[in-house]
Ligand binder design. Structure first.
Ligand SMILES: [Zn+2]
Ligand SMILES: [Zn+2]
Ligand SMILES: [Zn+2]
Length: 638
């Protein structure tokens, strides 16, 4: 099963011998609110909801904790770092996390870890101390250590920033003038070394302009799309995006920001704040729940404003809910953000008025002024979710999860009048369904990283809901693709093939014809997204990779009078591919664009050189910058 603990609720009901009746009764209910109320009553009746949010908390013993810390300091002085870490850890276990002792123990442990060459742990503790009650007059020490640890780990840009903060804090420090001078010189020297490493590692691949512009400017009705496209309907695919003018490879057709986003796993450190999502390293944990992390205090404050302070006390419990934990977290984050923006009354009235049956497929997601904007609640909320095809057991499962999540929220002190409960609960179910289809299954455009520089294999690092990009249908031969820095939360989509006026713009939902046979492509489309693909490669059954024609002949040349020109250009292209390295493709984009245009007009596809050129354009459009720079100087650092 693709959901964790899918049987969590149903097995309990099965034991009580009521599951069959439950499914029968549940399937007869036809409003989302009544389904939620039914599920809530059921879980209550079978005592399946937790009674309290209390987890065993250790009490603070100020004398004990301070003496443990002092013991750690003695061991530290004796250079018994491992034992010192042990003493500090004991101290932390019995300290109240709001005390100075707690923050000092963290900072001390960070120093011990540093001496043990455990730089990652050292960095985490130091950053943790920074957001705890660490005395500000001593903070310069933490910044120096953070800088050193970052430097040892290869994050020289970050290290330079932290050294700068350290130096700026020195004036307020109680230290003799001579000592200060010496300290300042040491930090400056370390910062200078970082700078040297950074300049020695100039990026080889050119970075495209950061100010990418939509071709033709913004679309009047859908501002995240280009003015050269419009929405249209087709029998096979429903709503889709069509070119109103000829669009050229390289043209930017969409620039979209996620409505809501969050990290995809606990192992990847991404700032939890919805508007940031930068990847980091040893980020600052929220000092209260310790379960989410931020780049800095600014992001932390903004996230709290967006509602983290409400999810903070229940974060631990949300992480225990069955299903896709990260999706559940995202659903809660989404609800809280909009609840704080609109208030409960308005929120409930909007979600109650929303009804799937009333949705016109053509205008779905547009507001009353005729605009489709990615930052509008209803636009995101009404995204297609194949809701009519969600099976009863999954729908019931999502309802149970929503009951649990809302229950936690109420237990934590969230005030919600009884009359709003079913609306909020049902909205959480819908949010889960929308997220499941549009950002978990359809995650091809989500921020990603690659581990090896040259590898095209990328790993998704975030769940991201892009309302406007979701308007593009799938094709196994996509004519638009993501471009720019792949780990960015803002997603730029560019044409990779010529798109003549009237043609539909399509991206891939994860399968392209070169890599997968028709049956497996159709299978992915059907099982994950519930549609049948009618793209050209599927209809005409194009061959995959190895069997694609690689020579020009009367069979594939469309315009015989162009045969000589095309043939000589093809020879040039083959030479080009032998000479130019992949990291330099971006410097030859204009050449690649003109070659693909020539073939597009004159050669029947699939044709190997066309497909190769297409892949080279895609490679040139994307950047996967590796932020780690290592220098040999680090090995010798004290
Ligand atoms: Zn951030
Ligand atoms: Zn928190
Ligand atoms: Zn297809």
């Amino acid at each position: 099963m693709e959901y964790d603990n899918f049987l969590h609720y149903s097995s309990r009901l099965l034991m009580a011998d009521v599951l069959g009746d439950v499914y029968v009764a549940f399937s007869k209910l036809n409003s989302p609110n009544s389904r939620f109320t039914f599920t809530r009553d059921l879980l209550r009746k079978h005592k399946m909801l937790v009674k309290t949010l209390d987890v065993d908390m250790k009490y603070d013993h100020p004398i004990v904790s301070e003496s443990l810390r002092q013991r750690g300091n003695e061991l530290f002085k004796a250079k018994q770092y491992k034992k010192a870490v042990h003493a500090y850890t004991k101290c932390l276990a019995v300290s109240d996390s709001n005390t100075e002792c707690y923050a000092l123990a963290l900072a001390n442990r960070s120093a011990a870890y540093f001496h043990m060459s455990e730089y990652e742990l050292s960095l985490k503790d130091a950053r943790w101390a920074m957001v705890s009650n660490y005395p500000s007059r001593l903070e310069y020490k933490l910044y120096e250590r953070v800088g050193n640890a970052e430097r040892m780990l290869g994050f020289v840009e970050l290290a330079m920033q932290d050294y700068a903060v350290c130096l700026s804090r020195l004036d307020e420090v109680d230290m003799s003038a001579g000592e200060k001078l010496k300290f300042r010189a040491t930090v400056k020297k370390a910062a200078a070394e970082c700078k040297k490493v950074l300049t020695g590692h100039k990026r080889t691949k050119k970075i495209p302009r950061a100010d990418e512009q939509l071709v033709g400017g913004k679309n009047k009705n859908i501002p995240a799309l280009s003015a050269f496209v419009e929405l249209g309907m087709s029998k096979n695919m429903g709503r889709g995006v069509y070119a109103t003018r000829d669009i050229n490879p390289g043209d930017v057709v969409a620039i979209d920001e996620p409505y809501i986003c969050g990290p995809i796993s606990d192992n990847i450190e991404i700032c939890h704040y919805n508007g940031c999502m930068k990847m980091g390293f040893a980020l600052f944990p929220c000092p209260k729940c310790l379960l989410v992390s931020y780049c800095n205090k600014d992001c932390m404050n903004k996230a709290n404003k967006d509602g983290h302070y409400l999810e903070c006390p229940i974060m631990y419990f949300i992480k225990l809910t069955p299903g896709i934990t990260r999706m559940n977290e995202l659903a809660m984050k989404w609800f809280l953000k909009d609840y704080l923006k609109m208030g409960l009354k308005k929120y409930c009235s909007i979600v109650n008025n929303f009804s799937i049956s009333k949705i016109d497929p053509q205008t779905r997601g547009f507001d009353e002024t005729g605009k489709y904007k990615s930052d509008t609640f209803l636009t995101a909320y009404s995204l297609d979710s194949s809701e009519n095809n969600v099976s009863i057991d999954i729908l019931f499962f999502f309802n149970c999860i929503a009951v649990d999540m809302l229950h936690y929220l109420i237990l934590s002190g969230f005030k919600i009048p009884e009359c709003y409960i079913s609306s909020v609960g049902a909205s959480l179910v819908r949010i889960l369904i929308v997220l499941d289809l549009n950002c978990r299954k359809l995650n091809i455009n989500a921020p990603s990283i690659s581990f090896e520089e040259k590898s095209q294999v990328t790993v998704v690092v975030a769940l991201t809901l892009y309302p406007t990009i979701s308007l593009f249908n799938h094709s196994c031969d996509p004519n638009i693709k993501r471009s720019g820095e792949l780990s960015d939360r803002i997603r730029v989509m560019k044409a990779v093939q010529p798109i003549p006026k009237g043609t539909q713009l399509c991206c891939s939902y994860g399968v392209i014809f070169r890599g997968f046979v028709k049956e497996s492509r159709q299978d992915v489309c059907k099982t994950l997204f519930d549609f049948k693909c009618y793209c050209e490669p599927c209809i005409k059954n194009w061959p995959i990779c190895h069997y694609i024609p690689n020579r020009l002949s009367t069979l594939n040349i469309l315009n015989p009078s162009m045969a000589d020109i095309v043939s000589s250009e093809c020879k040039k292209f083959v030479e080009f591919t032998k000479l130019v390295k992949s990291e330099d493709y971006s410097e030859h984009l204009n050449y690649l664009y003109s070659f693909i245009k020539l073939l597009f007009a004159n050669v029947k596809r699939p044709f190997e050189l066309y497909e190769n050129c297409l892949e080279m354009i895609t490679t040139a459009h994307t950047i996967n910058s590796n932020k780690m720079y290592f220098g040999e100087t680090f090995i010798n650092m004290d």
